[in-house]
Design a protein around this ligand. Structure first.
Ligand code: HGY
Ligand code: MN
Ligand code: MN
Length: 376
């Protein structure tokens, strides 16, 4: 918990926590967490995608790796547990495993870009490590060398991630932890309406081509689209209080556990936006920056977690994305949720109880020992 506090002060912005892909603050976070990994007896390296990788090596020849991971990047004005808690629990578990002669390397990974704040992409770090980057992604980013982080699929035995729930369910059912069934798919869209800037005082209301009014209609349509939809960013380019917005850009984030429903909702919203553009005499730009399908967690590995938790463990879908969604493409992946106060996340008020974190640490340690028994 003290480490979460200390790491929570490594930020690229004054007075609030923001750490974005490949920034100096991210390198600082890697250096700090790397020092804790070394103290725990791990070898430490940073890969070409700025992922931090600690390893408790196995003595077994040809050993594969069990990874406990999460992300070290954050959203803007973030809480200090979304991501880092899962990495630091991994370091603590590895510390407990020293001298256990595990039949696999135990790795702790701090991924470098789960939130995707810098480029609106997500999972740059984990997708680079799994060799799942698309050419489009590399075209969108400055750090072209990250594809060199690719590791062979055969190296991975299993992936475990502990993460705050970022929702109110565990608090509601009074459970310290829960396990995740699926990670909801998400579509990240970047769009713009283009109208005509004009004088705010002399242009009659019925003769305007106001780009921001177009955005406003789409925001309200998204609210009623029947899926989880959010316009998180919106900007008038140039812009002044006495100028009618000529160009307005916005982002649209759409989620649903059912991929067909999510895709249909995105199609419907695009049609609505096009109709708004026609009616208001605007042009529309609409780009799907990234689409990630719903990722079911591995049933076998999840049952290892469930057994490690013990009686009456809550299973739930995750509305939030996690690196486990990517890791599930290359090896069995499972997630443990930790109760968080009021379900608050992506906000500095994010908080967890030390006793719940202790439960999560204990559950992951048991799960690692169970895997050691099975693969020994
Ligand atoms: O957006 C998400 O779901 C995650 O916090 N990156
Ligand atoms: Mn997260
Ligand atoms: Mn997050």
């Amino acid at each position: 918990m003290r480490r979460c506090d200390e790491l929570g002060r490594v930020s690229e912005e004054e007075g609030r926590l923001t750490r974005t892909f490949a920034s100096p603050a991210m390198r600082g976070a890697n250096a700090l967490v790397g020092s804790w990994m070394r103290q725990a007896g791990l070898t430490v390296r940073e890969d070409a995608a700025f992922n931090l990788i600690g390893r408790l090596p196995s003595a077994e020849r040809g050993a594969k790796s069990v990874i406990i991971g999460s992300h070290l990047d954050t959203v803007r004005d973030a809480g200090k547990y979304d991501g880092p808690l899962g990495v630091l629990i991994g370091v603590a578990v590895a510390e407990k495993m020293r001298g256990q002669n595990l039949p696999f390397h135990l790795e702790v990974v701090g991924f470098s870009d789960e939130e995707g704040v810098k480029y609106q992409t997500t999972y740059l770090g984990s997708r680079a490590m799994c060799g799942l980057l698309a050419a489009k992604d590399l075209g969108r980013i400055r750090e072209k060398g990250i594809a060199r982080a690719k590791r062979a699929k055969r190296e991975f035995l299993a992936y475990l991630e502990a993460h705050i729930e970022q929702g109110p369910v565990l608090e509601h059912v009074r459970a310290p932890v829960g396990v995740v069934s699926d990670i909801a798919g998400q579509t990240r869209i970047r769009a713009a309406f283009i109208g005509r800037a004009a004088h705010a005082g002399t242009t009659p209301m019925n003769l305007r081509r106001d780009a921001l009014c177009g955005v406003a209609e789409v925001v309200l349509a998204a609210e009623k689209a029947g899926v989880i939809a959010t316009v998180g960013q919106c900007a008038v380019e140039g812009g002044a209080s006495n100028v009618i917005p000529g160009r307005a850009t916005f982002t649209l984030d759409v989620r649903d556990v059912k991929d067909a429903k999510r895709r249909a909702a995105c199609g419907k919203l695009r049609k609505i936006a096009a109709a708004v553009a026609r009616r208001r005499g605007l042009a529309l730009e609409w780009e799907i920056v990234q689409e990630t399908p719903t990722a079911p967690m591995d049933a076998g590995l999840t049952s290892v977690l469930r057994r490690a938790v013990g009686s009456r463990v809550r299973t739930m879908a995750s509305g939030a994305g996690h690196d486990a969604a990517v890791m599930s493409k290359v090896c069995p992946a499972a997630m443990l949720f930790v109760r968080c106060k009021g379900g608050v996340s992506h906000h500095p008020d994010e908080s967890v109880k030390e006793s719940d974190v202790a439960v999560a640490l204990d559950v992951l340690a048991r799960a690692v020992l169970e895997l050691a028994k099975r693969h020994g």
